[in-house]
Design a protein around this ligand. Structure first.
Ligand SMILES: NC(=O)c1ccc[n+]([C@@H]2O[C@H](COP(=O)([O-])OP(=O)(O)OC[C@H]3O[C@@H](n4cnc5c(N)ncnc54)[C@H](OP(=O)(O)O)[C@@H]3O)[C@@H](O)[C@H]2O)c1
Length: 286
């Protein structure tokens, strides 16, 4: 039995769909979201250990996935939550955990990179067999309203002219399904799309697709942080986000990896394919 945590999320629900036919339980907070997934599910919360233990009965493999970085003071909540899942998995006798992390995860990194770095180290020291998936930014950030925009609908950031090899959540889910059904213990995979695009190129593609002029406006990192505080984000979070964006501007998210193809035996989706396959959400978001 596989337990998929974060099953209602952007990767989790695609993974549950791909695992149809393999004994799988989706871990959800909201029964309505479990019903919508259409298969077996357990209701619980990472912050309620008893629900984790109950959901892990009879489970031998776990997909470890929770929400991303949030404007919280101190340690990111995902650290406490994912460490609780790892502890419960050890206690339940789980054999293998596939963890959804982030590219460049490392102890001491900013926001999600630092939080995932701590969780990765904890998982590696747990005695469980593990596989780590380190995706680049999700293409779905451009269909869910996660991308930062101006009040009149242009793309805003501090990425400069650097490319980013965004990856489609469908490809992350396919890679996760592959490593859950054909385990690759002790391996870390970097998941990217097949091409590196600048944010000006992404804005051009969005413009052509939705039929409205969308530009990419690039700000110096400090100005971008100030803009985020005007949106209500705490100063320290805004500064960390701007620092991460400035690191992206150095090109660290531009390289293209072959790991999606290695795990799934097919090429990852291009941004154009992502636009076509998510047309309704893209048009609603832009
Ligand atoms: N977005 C990106 O570009 C990106 C890039 C690389 C890596 N990542 C990583 O990918 C992961 C998923 O990120 P996301 O923002 O895309 O998340 P998401 O799709 O919103 O998924 C988060 C999932 O966690 C569940 N969850 C949250 N709190 C929970 C709790 N207390 N108990 C049980 N379930 C809980 C959510 O359930 P509900 O439906 O009930 O809220 C949801 O199913 C994060 O670890 C993030 O760091 C993201």
């Amino acid at each position: 039995m596989i337990l998929v945590t974060g099953a209602s999320g952007s990767v989790g629900r695609r993974l549950v769909r791909r695992l149809a036919g393999t004994p799988t339980t989706a871990f959800v907070r909201d029964p309505a979201k479990g019903d919508a997934l259409g298969g077996r599910y357990a209701v619980g919360d990472f912050d309620d250990p008893a629900t984790l233990s109950a959901a892990l009965k009879g489970v031998d493999r776990v997909f470890l996935n929770a929400g991303g970085a949030v404007p919280a003071a101190g340690e990111q909540p995902m650290v406490r939550q994912q460490l609780a899942v790892i502890d419960a998995a050890v206690a339940a006798g789980v054999s293998h955990v596939v963890k959804l992390s982030v590219w460049h995860a490392r102890v001491g990194g900013k926001l999600a990179e630092g939080a995932h770095g701590v969780i990765e180290e904890y998982l590696k020291a747990s005695g469980l067999a593990w596989t780590i998936l380190q995706p680049n930014g999700f293409m779905q950030n451009f269909s869910t309203g996660t991308a930062v925009t101006t009040h009149d609908g242009h793309l805003l950031g501090a990425y400069g002219d650097a490319g980013v090899s965004y990856v489609d959540c469908e490809d992350i889910a396919a890679a996760a399904a592959a490593t859950l059904t054909d385990p690759r213990p002790g391996e870390t995979f970097v998941l990217t799309g097949p091409e590196s695009l600048t944010h000006s190129e992404i804005a051009e593609k969005l413009s052509a697709f939705v039929g409205r002029g969308i530009r990419y406006l690039d700000l110096p990192a400090a100005d971008f942080a100030t803009h985020l505080t005007t949106l209500g984000l705490p100063d320290s979070f805004a500064t960390d986000v701007a620092t991460l964006f400035a690191e992206v501007a150095s090109g660290r998210l531009a390289p293209v990896s072959t790991d999606v193809a290695t795990l799934t035996s097919r090429s990852p989706s291009t941004f154009d394919t992502f636009l076509r396959e998510n047309a309704t959400q893209i048009r609603a978001a832009w």
